[in-house]
Design a protein. Structure first.
Length: 352
């Protein structure tokens, strides 16, 4: 996404020999020289901050730069040794909204899925992904505090301060790392079952408070817009999954797996949308009940089915994959569609 602020030529010289572009626009070279690529990028970041924008990515001579790597040799090289530095920047406030929405979706999935994580045959890779995801969550929260000029110590949420929730998340991540390192399965199970879901739920609810403290709207789309978008995405998804099952059963596993991953992403978005409806609308437990099962029960069930699906892919069990898609996942999509339609009708004042 291009930033909404109009970029002007920067009044800093970065050394002759390297052409600098911000969002495709050339940057004028006047002023002090810089000794390293890192200093050039830091100067550009300061300049962009004055225009309400932040750097989201950078390429040097066509290669992507890892800006988070403090020891990267290329960042310490002289600008004159390179031909072209390309910077992608985005409006900081829009970036915060998008990233915090992503954070909310991620933490919501963690709260739903981590209680059963240790029930999988080999959860090691999932635990590693969880550790990386929690560290990313901490990084996002810390960076948003800086971008918006906030102090989490001063923002109240549910009779506490936002800073305490962030610190708790860091503590939980440390405890998870220690439990993994010491192979303390009971401690890890307790963290994933009891501690982390409640904390993630609290942080999801806290995100709108953080955004409002920065004078931002909690989301750039209404719930009604999201429901309509997701309904459009899930329409025809059962038939699409059945076609995927046919591909897999006929031996076209690679293409089938790629399409299945895309379908699972849509399914996750649908679950997140139902969860958002549950939080923002005065829906009763019965409103989210279909065929005797409430939403939480269904979320847990479909999580188990997806775990079976992953194992089936690993074992290349095409018959089981096809059966799970046709008889387990496709019916659940139809149920999710019905729940979203109920939420839409409620918003329209015609829920019955």
């Amino acid at each position: 996404m291009r930033p909404l602020v109009p970029f002007r030529f920067c009044e800093t010289r970065y050394n002759r020999g390297v052409e600098i572009y911000v969002n495709g626009n050339p940057v004028e070279e006047t002023g002090d020289e810089k000794a390293s690529v890192r200093e050039v990028i830091e100067a550009l970041n300061d300049w962009l901050a004055g225009q309400g924008a932040v750097i989201v990515s950078a390429r040097l001579d066509g290669d992507v730069l890892d800006l988070a790597n403090e020891t990267a040799e290329v960042l310490n090289s002289a600008p004159a040794n390179h031909r072209r530095l390309e910077i992608e920047a985005q409006n900081a406030r829009l970036l915060v909204i998008e990233t915090m929405n992503d954070l909310g979706n991620y933490l919501d999935r963690v709260a739903r899925l981590c209680p059963t994580l240790m029930e999988r045959d080999d959860p090691r890779s999932d635990i590693e992904n969880l550790k990386e995801g929690l560290q990313w969550s901490l990084d996002v929260l810390e960076r948003v505090e800086g971008i918006l000029g906030l102090s989490y110590k001063e923002i109240e949420f549910e009779e506490d301060r936002i800073r305490k929730y962030v610190l708790r998340l860091g503590d939980v991540l440390d405890h998870v790392r220690v439990a993994v390192e010491e192979q303390n399965r009971p401690a890890l199970e307790a963290l994933l079952r009891d501690t982390l879901p409640a904390l993630c739920d609290s942080l999801v609810r806290a995100i709108p408070t953080i955004l409002r403290a920065g004078n931002l709207e909690p989301t750039d789309t209404t719930l009604a817009d999201d429901i309509e978008e997701i309904l459009g995405m899930v329409t025809g998804l059962p038939e699409r999954l059945e076609a995927i099952a046919v591909k897999i059963s006929m031996g076209n596993a690679a293409e089938g797996m790629e399409e299945f991953a895309s379908a699972v992403s849509i399914l996750e978005k649908a679950f997140v949308c139902v969860e958002r409806s549950r939080r923002e609308l005065p829906l009763s437990r019965e409103d989210l009940m279909v065929d005797g099962q409430d939403f939480e029960e269904r979320a847990k069930r479909i999580s188990g089915v997806l775990d079976e699906m992953i194992e089936a892919f690993e074992k290349k069990d095409r018959i089981l994959i096809s059966d799970l898609i046709e008889y387990e996942i496709a019916p659940e999509i139809e149920v999710i569609t019905r729940l979203l339609e109920r939420a839409r009708n409620f918003l329209k004042g015609s829920c019955h």
